[in-house]
Each structure stands twice: as C-alpha cells, then as structure tokens.
Design a protein around this ligand. Structure first.
Ligand code: G3P
Ligand code: MG
Length: 344
C-alpha cells in the first residue's frame, strides 16, 4: 500500500529530510514498546549519539516534563533522546508562564502535572485535587477526596474571593473525571471563586486552556479510548445544560492546532543548524490518529508530509476519508524506510 500511495505522487520526499514521531499508537501502545519503533530508531541513529536526520517527538500526551519524557523515550527506544527533541501537549503552556507566574491558576491532569506547572514557572498554581480537598463537600462522590473531611483554607487562599483563579489549564487527560468536571465547572462559572454562585457577569472571565483535543487515543485496548477531547465535550455539554450558554473564553492547544508544529519546526531547525524550517525538503510526520496527526501535518503545509500507520487509532481501509494522509503504511518502520528509500 505504501507503493500505491507513493505512485499517486502525493508523498513527495525531498532532502534535507526531518522526522517527527507521534508517540502513542506509533512508538508505544500503553506499556508496550513496538519493536518496529526500536528498529526505525536504530536505522536513524546507526549507533551514534545523535540521529542522522533532525528528529523530534510530538505527542498530545504529557504529565511529565520534557526532560523526563526524553529519558523515558531513550529507555524505550534504546537511543539517546534529548529534551530539545520533545514537544508534549502542554509544552506550549510554557510560553504563558511568564504572564501567569504570580497569578492564581488551576491545573488539572494526571501523573506529575503539579511539578510540571511549577517547572514551567506557574508559581501560584493549585491542582483540582488540592482545591477539592480544601472544599471537600464540593465533591461528595469523589473516589480520591474524602467528601466528609473538614474543610480547610486552600493554599495561599487561592480560589477564594481574596485570590480568584484567573486561568484553568488542562495539562493531560483528566485524572478523575467527576472531580475535574465539578471543580472546573465551579471555577469557570463563578469567576474563579469556589462556592460563589454562577453568574452572567462572571461567565467567560476565567481563561480555559486545553492542551489536547484528542477525542480518542490508542493504548493496548483494541479500540480507541476517551482522551482530553472527550472530557472537553462532557464539560461543554454540562456547561450548556446547567448555564444555558456555550463554553466561553477557551482555547485548545495540541495537534492538529498550529502551536506545537511551530515549536517542532524551531527545534528541528536548531538541530539542523538552519536559520529557517523552510529549508527542509520534507518533514515527515508519522502518526496514527487522522484527526490530530494527519490533519495537523496537512494544515502545517509544506514541507510537512504525513504518514499514517495502522498500529494505533487508525484501523480503516486504504486511507482516512476525512483527513487523508500523504502516505499510508503498516507501521513506523515502513514510514521511515519509505522516506529514506525515496531519497536515495
Ligand atoms: O493522552 C495521549 C493521547 O491523547 C495521544 O498521544 O502520542 O498519540 O499524540 P499521542
Ligand atoms: Mg498517537
């Protein structure tokens, strides 16, 4: 099928080449590293400390710092990966840290979200769990916060009338949907103050930032799993049912939106010692999710070329109908060898 796609002339590979790898569904599935991923990296690194072509990892996942993810990738793929090769769903949030460094913000997400927020420079960030623990009666059905516990003042009074929360940021797929839906809804409808009733004047005051639009993503389970996009959908539905108005003042980062592509182009250009990304002949974006990886690379335009693998979310026929890739291959190894062979 790779050959058939190539013969359509859509996938046009030109030197100098660069490679951009999605992670879930391309390199790993849940806890398992795909053997084709190790082989592809072996070809690109050829035993050296650095890849022979500029190479980045671009994922809508996160919850750890870029440094930690680089170490994880090095371990999984058995090649040295540096933090400057990694763009996570929340990496674009780093640019907002200066503006919000001392301002109260609420962060939600799995794994080490609180540490990542602090690492980026959000010094007055609280997590949804911390806020829920300070207002235990706000989440009576929570599995992780004791709804009967004695209420305590939240850290530094963040989320009270003294220090209203100014922005809510979802760093990853949520940790506990019920708790996150309730607390985020409370904050965005009350102008950032826990316990203050929703009011028209406060709607849209708190900025709401999502890092990942994926409705579905791929792990070991045979079919796609709900991602952060599914959570947003649930929050939007609840908001419009409870408030009678659509969600306001929100922005979604993450593939297929442009922000991470701009960051990746900068990192690739630095690796190559180029002044501008436009001097690449082709940037090959290898992904499993047509709605994020393929739509994003297509929207990024030249010199991006998209390659869709069959090891993750995409389980369709010849190509995706809504977001057709430039090239459809079995796996990441076939994507890499196809691009390299075309440039011989
Ligand atoms: O939560 C992770 C997910 O939505 C996608 O990860 O690596 O396939 O972009 P990835
Ligand atoms: Mg993926």
């Amino acid at each position: 099928s790779a050959i058939r796609q190539l013969s359509t002339g859509k996938a046009d590979f030109k030197l100098p080449l660069a490679f951009v790898f999605d992670i879930d569904g391309v390199l790993i599935r849940g806890g398992a590293v795909l053997p084709q991923a190790r082989e592809a990296m072996h070809i690109l690194y050829q035993g050296a400390d650095r890849p022979h072509f500029p190479l980045c990892f671009l994922t809508n996942g996160g919850g750890v710092t870029e440094t930690t993810k680089a170490a994880e990738l090095s371990h999984w793929l058995r090649v040295p990966v540096h933090e400057s090769q990694v763009v996570l769903s929340h990496t674009p949030f780093r640019q907002l840290a200066e503006q919000y460094s001392q301002r109260p913000v609420l962060v939600a997400g799995r794994k080490q979200t609180a540490d990542v927020a602090l690492n980026y420079g959000f010094e007055s960030a609280v997590t949804t769990c911390e806020l829920a623990a300070a207002f235990p009666h706000s989440v009576p059905f929570s599995l992780s916060v004791d709804g009967q516990a004695k209420p305590e003042l939240p850290r530094e009074g963040i989320g009270t009338a003294d220090k209203p929360i100014e922005a809510v940021m979802l760093f990853t797929d949520p940790k506990e949907w019920y708790l996150d839906l309730q607390i985020i809804h409370d904050i965005i409808t009350s102008g950032g103050v826990m316990g203050r009733p929703p009011s028209q004047e406060h709607l849209g005051r708190v900025r709401l930032l999502f890092s990942n639009p994926d409705l579905l993503w791929s792990n070991e389970h045979p079919t796609g799993r709900f991602g952060q996009g599914a959570f947003r959908s649930a929050l939007e539905a609840l908001h419009s049912e409870v408030i009678g108005a659509p969600l306001a003042n929100y922005k979604v980062y993450g593939k297929p939106n442009p922000e991470p592509y701009v960051l990746v182009e900068e990192l690739l250009a630095k690796q190559a010692g180029l002044q501008q990304e436009s001097t690449f002949g082709t940037i090959v974006a290898i992904g499993d999710n047509p709605k994020s990886d393929i739509a994003g690379a297509t929207a990024a335009g030249r010199p991006w070329v998209s390659a869709l693998v069959r090891t993750g979310v995409f389980q369709g026929g010849d190509n995706d109908r809504q977001h057709p890739a430039d090239l459809v291959v079995e796996d990441v190894l076939q994507a890499v060898t196809t691009a390299l062979d075309a440039c011989k």
